[in-house]
Design a protein around this ligand. Structure first.
Ligand code: SAH
Length: 344
């Protein structure tokens, strides 16, 4: 699944086969999600045998799956090296979306996040990201019309593979998903934002802000020491002027930490006048982390302050919280359970 149609053609040529066989195989793998050469019925049997020994097209094993009452399904997929990644299926009236992981673990160290607890393990390849969508589609039988790269990992820390993955899914040879239906979420890796603006200007950029000033942000997001708020917001302004696209700012509300009316005012002053949208998320509490989510009244009044200041804001509809759909929690739970059973 790592190959573009052209790369598959090249590979077939290198095996002494005609290029069009490459395109046929690409369609089997990327559109139908067929990952056994034996099942590619329009290929000559001899070629299927030859391929069987020459290559593996990828595909992920379904390890664990949890379905929540609202239709959200959380998956843990096994990778070929024994690692596992999380992905989520989110059904919406206006089309279904898939949330994919970009890395196993994460090195960004955000203090409220579960993905980062075990540290960074490795980058995913473009094909392993693609295979998450195929895995979800095969299991649900549903059409996926949008993709959010908001699972575990930091996309801007694995941007070359993420950009290739985006090319694969927007391709008519692949899933033909429109760029505007793809969201890349970053904790604020400024060079990544700059590169994205130039290379994939039609995707939606989502920036995890979670704080109205450097003091608060430094405490929860180590990346802020490298790219402080002023630098980050400047990069977002530049992104907007290059792409003309609205940027989303994610803001997870943590009880008594970043959820006061004063902090809402400070955030409003920071963002006022920008082509942006603030998404307020009541924090998903992660047992190991100790942060508490804000109460409803605090969320509401935070929102009111931003609204009064003319900053577009919504409260993110929560989906799948009861199934650990949030942020690396399923992988953590499975790792913890494995750990426990090993100790037994
Ligand atoms: N590394 C990227 C994308 C993955 S995280 C990023 O930081 O944007 C996806 C989103 O979930 C981010 O906005 C992240 O800050 C948020 N998140 C992580 N842990 C969370 C938690 N416990 N509660 C609410 N949001 C959380």
């Amino acid at each position: 699944m790592d190959f573009t149609a052209q790369e598959t053609e090249q590979f077939l040529i290198s095996l002494g086969e005609p290029a069009y066989r490459g395109r046929q195989i690409h369609k089997w793998v990327h559109q139908k999600g067929i990952t056994r050469f034996a099942d590619m019925t329009n290929l000559p049997l001899k070629l299927r045998d030859k391929l069987q020994t020459a290559s593996t097209p990828g595909g992920l094993a379904l390890d664990t799956k949890k379905t929540s009452g609202d239709g959200t399904v959380k998956y843990l997929f096994g990778l070929s090296d024994g690692q596992a990644v999380e992905s989520v299926f989110l059904p919406h009236e206006y089309g279904n979306s898939a949330c994919v992981s970009s890395q196993v673990g994460c090195r960004m160290g955000c203090r409220f996040c579960a993905s980062t607890i075990g540290g960074f393990v490795r980058d995913l390849t473009a094909g392993e990201m693609y295979a998450q969508i195929i895995g979800i589609r095969d299991d649900t039988g549903a059409r996926i019309s949008s993709v959010v790269i908001m699972g575990s990992g930091e996309p801007a820390d694995n941007l070359t593979q993420v950009l290739k993955f985006i090319s694969l899914i927007i391709s008519p040879d692949g899933l033909n998903i429109g760029s505007r239906h793809i969201t890349v979420s970053t904790c604020g890796v400024v060079p990544g934002i700059k590169r994205l603006a130039v290379e994939k200007p039609q995707v939606t950029l989502s920036v995890s802000l979670h704080a109205p000033n450097d003091e608060v942000r430094d405490e929860i997001m180590p990346i802020n020491r490298k790219y402080p708020l002023g630098v980050l917001i400047e990069a977002c302004r530049e992104y907007i002027s290059i792409t003309n696209r609205r940027v989303t700012f994610e803001y997870a509300l943590i009880d008594g930490f970043n959820d006061s009316r004063e902090q809402a005012g400070e955030l409003g002053r920071l963002l006022r006048g920008m082509l942006c949208h603030v998404n307020l998320i009541p924090l998903n509490e992660v047992a190991e982390r100790g942060f508490r989510r804000s109460n409803r009244a605090a969320v509401k009044s935070f929102k009111d302050v931003l609204e009064e200041m003319g900053v577009p804001v919504t409260i993110r509809q929560e989906m799948g919280a009861e199934i650990d759909a949030a942020c690396g929690q399923l992988r953590r739970r499975v790792l913890r359970e494995q750990d426990r059973s090993e100790r037994r």
